[in-house]
Write a protein that binds this ligand. Structure first.
Ligand code: G3P
Length: 221
């Protein structure tokens, strides 16, 4: 399963990329807005830091605007994936951009039928938002299971990118289902790194080492 970071925060992107954890990045206008500054500069910088796919989202809602923006975004880097919303114009843009060799991520997917149609339009990725379904009392992860089952019968070549992830258990469940990609907020990736027994174990190792070597400043590894 690939891990993408769901953020436009350059510091977090560099931090986790330096650990070798990131296969890609997803952004959206809300994440760009959270960081402030010039979004164009940030988007260009992200495509330079990350070798893998970087999803950058259009803000036009009609076909021709999406096509123009999609092509401009793609000029930021050849790892750019154009993110379009799950609307009729979005699917039309998905089909056209994909036919021109520009990969597309169809976002704001909330049903298996939407996932099926986005795959038919040629999407490289579909992004079901599981946390937002959980928020309204539906089971987001069931949607991933259902999409996975549907896609297993066909050869769309479309990857399931699980988005709107809220906690580490979502990641384990997505991995058990065999989702292609999870996109994680930095805080979730931080939580996945930690375990209280790891910290206790390390503290004990260091205390024992210091007992062993106390008074012997010459002993160095
Ligand atoms: O990638 C989509 C994601 O950013 C949406 O997450 O937490 O705003 O539902 P959230």
């Amino acid at each position: 399963m690939k891990i993408f970071l769901d953020t436009a925060n350059l510091e977090s992107i560099r931090k986790f990329n330096d650990m070798g954890l990131l296969d890609g990045i997803t952004t959206n206008p809300s994440l760009m807005s959270k960081e402030g500054g010039n979004p164009k500069d940030a988007m260009k910088e992200i495509t330079k830091i990350i070798k893998g796919d970087v999803s950058l989202e259009v803000v036009s809602t009609e076909y021709s605007g999406m096509m123009e923006e999609g092509k401009r975004l793609r000029e930021y880097g050849n790892n750019v994936v154009v993110k379009v919303p799950m609307t009729p114009d979005g699917l039309k843009a998905c089909k056209s951009l994909s036919s021109e060799g520009i990969p597309v991520n169809v976002t704001l997917i909330f049903s298996s039928n939407q996932a099926l149609l986005a795959a038919k339009s040629g999407a490289k990725y579909i992004s079901p938002f599981i946390g937002r379904l959980d928020d309204i009392g539906q089971d987001g992860m069931s949607l991933i299971k259902e999409i996975k089952e549907i896609f297993s019968h066909y050869d769309f070549g479309t990857q399931i990118l699980v988005a709107s992830i809220r906690h580490p258990l979502h990641v384990i469940d997505a991995a058990k289902i065999g989702a292609d990609v999870v996109t994680l907020p930095p805080a979730v990736l931080d939580k996945m790194l930690e375990h209280p027994l790891t910290k206790i174990g390390l503290d004990n190792f260091l205390a024992d080492w210091s007992k062993l070597t106390s008074g012997n400043a010459d002993i160095k590894i």
